[in-house]
Design a protein around this ligand. Structure first.
Ligand code: CA
Length: 322
């Protein structure tokens, strides 16, 4: 016998017939659909040099999908028909961090071999996940790759004091020759959060650095013009790595390395949209959120807004470059 008004929790939620929520659209992959872009969770935080619950981020981000509609008023794009699906999480080793990094690299190689044209959206995890992710990304292309890296930190710490960690990814990628300094652009790097030695290190390697102050003085539109030119110069594809701690702690309180003097969300929104429109961008990650330290999921929700904003750009790519 049917009990009136009793439905499963999912079906019982209020639903407006004219509205599509991200949670309705960005579903788990069904094993057969063709996909343009896909979310992949990378729940690793044991490699963080500071206390981090970043392994909880993929779940927190997915939980926030129900708080967003698929329609962007700002960019006049509705994402609901864009074939984006959720491929799930990469299972981490419980105690062995290098083994977890190997799993990330191996999984991403597997993803690229199964879905040759896929644009992956990795949800970390701490920033150590970017090194294995970019290694796999690099091998998709015959030539060089570029990286556009948003962060408060250079992430080029020495490996002797405890790497590979979330503080070393870009040193590893530079020293392994995965990316040339000439094609790496770091945006939003902040004072009092890095050692001079590391600023000197990236400068000597030819990395282009735009500080948080540069963003304020020059403006992101001009920075992006230069960043696309530098990361795209002689490269086959560009990877975007986005550490949410590039945003000021007032807007992103749930980052392990929160800090003052950072950017606000609208400093990066147009940049993410623009990167989405650019066919050369073929992979992106969002890292270093700790949902256990967050306040009302502000930071996970911000990451969802950033991801959706990037996808509004992807939706505007011409069909052959998507
Ligand atoms: Ca970082």
């Amino acid at each position: 016998m049917e009990i009136p008004f009793l439905y499963s929790p999912e079906q019982a939620a209020f639903r407006d017939r004219l509205e599509t929520k991200v949670s309705h659209w960005l579903r788990p992959w069904d094993g057969a659909e063709s996909v343009l872009a896909a979310v992949i969770g990378v729940p690793l935080s044991k490699s963080s040099i500071s206390h981090s619950g970043a392994s909880m981020t993929p779940a927190a981000v997915r939980a926030a999908f129900k708080s967003f509609t698929t329609y962007s008023l700002d960019y006049q794009v509705d994402l609901s028909q864009l074939p984006v699906r959720d491929l799930g999480d990469i299972a981490m080793h419980v105690t062995d961090i290098p083994a977890s990094h190997k799993r990330i690299e191996e999984t991403m190689r597997g993803v690229y071999s199964k879905f040759p044209g896929l644009l992956p959206i990795l949800i970390g995890g701490d920033h150590s996940i970017s090194a294995p992710s970019v290694r796999a990304f690099k091998d998709r292309y015959p030539g060089k790759i570029g990286i556009i890296h948003f962060d408060a930190h250079h992430d080029v710490r020495n490996l002797e004091d405890g790497g590979p960690s979330n503080g070393t990814s870009f040193r590893q990628l530079l020293e392994e020759g995965v990316v040339d300094g000439a094609n790496l652009v770091q945006i939003g790097i902040r004072g009092f959060m890095n050692a001079r030695a590391y600023h000197n290190y990236v400068t000597e390697r030819g990395v282009t650095v735009f500080s948080a102050r540069d963003v304020r003085r020059i403006g992101m539109a001009e920075i992006m013009k230069q960043a696309l030119q530098i990361a795209g110069n002689g490269t086959s594809a560009v990877y975007v790595s986005f550490d949410v701690d590039v945003i000021d702690q007032a807007y992103a309180p749930g980052c392990p390395a929160i800090g003052t003097g950072g950017m606000n969300p609208w400093d990066v929104m147009d940049a993410l949209h623009q990167l989405g429109t650019w066919p050369q961008v073929q992979g992106i990650d969002f890292v270093c959120i700790d949902p256990t330290q967050d306040v009302r999921n502000i930071t996970s929700r911000l990451a969802v807004q950033f991801m959706l904003t990037f996808l509004t750009g992807v939706a505007l790519r011409s069909p052959e470059t998507k």
